[in-house]
Ligand binder design. Structure first.
Ligand SMILES: Cc1cc2nc3c(=O)[nH]c(=O)nc-3n(C[C@H](O)[C@H](O)[C@H](O)COP(=O)(O)OP(=O)(O)OC[C@H]3O[C@@H](n4cnc5c(N)ncnc54)[C@H](O)[C@@H]3O)c2cc1C
Length: 424
């Protein structure tokens, strides 16, 4: 369980030189906005054949879905179960974790964009879409023809994500969407947008406002995007706002059934995003530790190598302890995803620990390198700025702690509220 299989070791060995050479050379132009993130994804696809790897499985999935739709059989199971059953080996979570880890050793922001494109946008369409929707919207994402984004957060609802106020009002065969989204990865350059909105239903008071994902394209009337935001880190990953102003979407653009809320599916997507965080932190920590050891062995002060000072040894030993813990968490999360045993408690605990560990290791790596660590050319400076996002995106560290406490007393018949006290 804690060792990579031979094929995964081979994947890691194949990814390493690509990331160190090809991807590394693109980091600066990507962060300066001189190259498009989708172009780098295409390069990556050409080098590793992701499209070829998953497209066969996807076409099979579409055919099976068509058959089931014709026979009127309803989809059952969680997003993870559906994907595990449908896409199988091609979507082994550990394989995805190794890819994320290797990318994060060099460019966490590229990994963030790829994760939002495939892991959030693509997987939501696969999990909720009809065969037509998968063919029209998911296939172009997996073939890197188009760039995707996944939009839940709004200016007034971040941690309280499901208090969103974007509305979808039914109008014959259409819905009219109004509202705005913010901090959305890839939004400034995206072609395909999965956007959550609340459907106004006049027929039922209790279920008046239900959360549903809609899939829109860039040229959808009434949809516009803001400029890329300037950020502390993750600068190679475009982040921005989406504005919906009387955006008319056909009912075929609703993902999933109108009568059923998709809140639990959105929650599952967030859980899998949280599970992947351990893989991102793993890459950042592994690289920071390697750079720190290299520096401590080479750099001399007081006529001695830094590594000879015990305070430096302590830093390196602590970094290794974090690496070991985060690596083990990543293995555990990948195992849980594969076995369909993902749960909010462990996903939140893993995200909380991994994010804090990545930031701590990054800061210690900078400290170990002194002034040189603080200079932009050093890998560790950028990796540390990027690491901070892991404590915010996909739910802040505070929200992870609240969720952990909530889950821990659930079996006592208590339902803790995220705002304190008990839920009625
Ligand atoms: C670079 C980047 C990329 C992102 N990508 C996406 C994306 O692709 N799609 C998407 O939908 N969203 C995305 N997000 C949004 C992200 O998920 C939110 O920023 C995050 O959930 C926090 O919401 P907020 O920023 O509104 O902070 P707020 O919710 O306003 O929180 C502010 C502070 O208050 C704390 N807080 C809030 N509620 C509580 C409470 N009950 N108890 C204690 N403390 C509390 C928080 O922990 C935080 O410290 C992205 C964000 C960033 C920065």
């Amino acid at each position: 369980m804690f060792e990579l299989t031979e094929p995964l070791k081979m994947l890691e060995q194949a990814l390493r030189p690509y990331c160190e050479k090809e991807l590394s050379a693109k980091v600066e132009p990507l962060e300066k906005g001189e190259v498009a993130v989708l172009d780098i994804m295409r390069d990556f696809d050409r080098a590793f054949g992701i499209n070829a790897m998953v497209s066969g499985a996807l076409h099979e999935m579409i055919e099976r879905k068509c058959r089931r739709e014709r026979e009127g059989i309803e989809e059952k199971g969680s997003l993870q179960e559906v994907l595990a059953g449908e896409v199988g080996e091609a979507m082994d979570p550990l394989l995805i974790f190794i890819v994320m880890k290797e990318l994060c050793r060099v460019s966490p922001s590229f990994a963030l964009s790829l994760g939002a494109h495939i892991g959030l946008c693509g997987q939501t369409i696969l999990a909720k879409g009809t065969s037509d929707q998968i063919e029209n919207y998911a296939l172009p994402l997996f073939s890197f023809e188009k760039l995707g984004c996944w939009a839940l957060t709004e200016p007034e609802s971040g941690s309280d994500a499901f208090a969103l106020s974007t509305t979808a009002v039914p109008d014959g065969d259409f819905y009219v969407l109004n509202g705005s989204k913010t901090f959305i990865t890839n939004a400034p350059c995206a072609d395909i947008f999965v956007v959550y909105a609340k459907i106004d239903r006049e027929d039922s008071k209790a279920d008046k406002r239900m959360i549903h994902p809609f899939v829109l394209e860039r040229d959808n009337e009434g949809l516009s995007v803001g400029k890329p935001m300037h950020k502390m880190g993750m600068r190679g990953s475009p982040t921005g706002q989406i504005f919906l102003s009387d955006a008319r979407v056909h009912r075929d653009q609703l993902l999933g059934k109108r009568e059923k809320t998709s809140r639990s599916q959105a929650q599952e997507t967030l859980t899998s995003e949280r599970e992947e965080n351990a893989a991102m932190a793993w890459g950042i920590i592994e690289r920071c530790l390697e750079e720190s050891i290299k520096y401590a062995v080479e750099r001399k002060q007081f006529g001695m190598r830094l590594i000879e000072f015990q305070l430096i040894q302590e830093k390196i030993a602590r970094m290794y302890v974090h690496l070991e813990n985060v690596r083990n968490l990543a293995f555990k999360q990948a195992w849980a995803m594969r076995e369909g045993r993902s749960n909010i408690l462990d996903a939140c605990a893993a995200k909380f620990y991994a994010a804090a560990a990545a930031v701590e290791v990054g800061m210690e790596a900078i400290q170990l390198m002194g002034g040189y660590g603080y200079i932009e050319e050093q890998q560790v400076e950028r990796l540390t700025r990027d690491a901070k996002l892991l404590m915010i995106g996909g739910g802040t560290s505070e929200i992870q702690l609240l969720n952990i406490a909530k889950e821990l007393v659930r079996d006592k018949g208590l339902s803790l509220s995220l705002t304190g006290g008990l839920r009625n």
